[in-house]
Unconditional design. Structure first.
Length: 319
């Protein structure tokens, strides 16, 4: 297969490129490096079957040759990023999705949308099933990401129903692992990098808000299974084990025993979800998928990557 991955130099996109190439497919990787990194795909540049195109999918791209799959993973994905780039976030969720769907339609390719648990907003249902419509503030600061993804889902279903495009939608819950940026702004890279630098670990509110963390290898496996499934409605993929943010911070400090960091508390950001936990019964039934890496093991796989990045790139503006 020849697979087009938008956002292919990002955290998740680059791991997908690795997996597809390992499975013997050809990969066309698109990225404009707003939040992606050349380092994430440097090891692939000379790999047979890998092609990189620097472009913004929100504007225009017309691939040459056949395309069998289009995976739309381009988007800022952390609060720091989409608050810094609100307009590009909205554009890649709307115009970028439209352009990517247009490629899938023209090439008669299967389309795969990377959506997010953020479509549920600050949920009033717990855990969150795919049938839950969400509780989102459209004009709040997080609305640029939440509504971009909700619009992307609506656009995807419209192309499926009206144009007959073969589509898949995954709602990704918090994922972590190597290749996350040090200053990503999300809890795990923030806490790990702070602990390794002996800086205070910043916990918002009282740290009682919950998240569910999925290791990247488990997520990639779920994506690959959903690509092959005959199902067009959204599917949650995430690890349902629920952590408070305070528990996460304390665990990371235990896993980095040399750290001199302490936990400090700051005001809770506006519209920060109080609870986030996926109901994965659909993925279990449809894909026979379950996460296999628990958070302790996943963190132990992730911390050495951050340790190396801090050693090599502590002063890099990219980080």
């Amino acid at each position: 297969m020849r697979i087009l991955v938008t956002g292919g130099a990002g955290f998740l996109g680059s791991h997908l490129c690795d997996r597809f190439l390992k499975d013997g497919h050809q990969v066309v990787c698109l990225d404009n490096f707003i939040t992606g990194s050349k380092d994430n795909i440097a090891h692939l540049r000379t790999t047979s079957g890998f092609e990189f195109v620097e472009c913004d999918i929100s504007t225009h791209y017309e691939p040459q040759g056949p395309i069998d799959y289009v995976l739309h993973f381009a988007s800022p994905a952390s609060p720091l990023d989409y608050l810094k780039y609100p307009i590009p976030t909205l554009k890649v969720g709307s115009l970028g999705t439209w352009n990517a769907l247009g490629i899938a339609k023209a090439k008669k390719a299967r389309f795969f949308l990377a959506s997010t648990s953020e479509v549920y907003g600050d949920p009033q249902e717990h855990p969150q099933k795919e049938t839950y419509w969400g509780h989102v503030n459209p004009v709040g600061p997080r609305g640029v990401y939440d509504e971009a993804k909700r619009f992307a889902e609506a656009m995807t279903m419209a192309y499926h129903r009206y144009h007959g495009v073969d589509t898949r939608i995954i709602r990704i819950f918090n994922t972590y692992g190597p290749r996350m940026r040090l200053k990503d702004g999300r809890a795990i890279p923030a806490f790990v990098s702070q602990a390794l630098r002996d800086e205070p670990l910043t916990v918002f509110g009282k740290g009682q808000q919950t998240r569910s963390f999925c290791y990247v290898d488990d997520l990639v496996e779920g994506i690959c299974r959903l690509m092959q499934a005959d199902y067009h409605q959204p599917v949650n993929i995430g690890n349902p084990h629920e952590w408070t943010i305070l528990q996460l911070a304390e665990t990371i400090l235990k896993l980095i025993p040399e750290s001199k960091s302490e936990i400090v508390y700051k005001d809770l950001p506006q519209d920060d979800p109080k609870q986030r936990k996926p109901d994965i019964s659909q993925a279990q039934k449809l894909l026979k998928w379950n996460p296999t890496v628990d958070a302790q093991d996943g963190l132990q796989k992730t911390i050495p990557y951050f340790r190396e990045r801090i050693h090599l790139l502590d002063t890099s503006p990219e980080e």
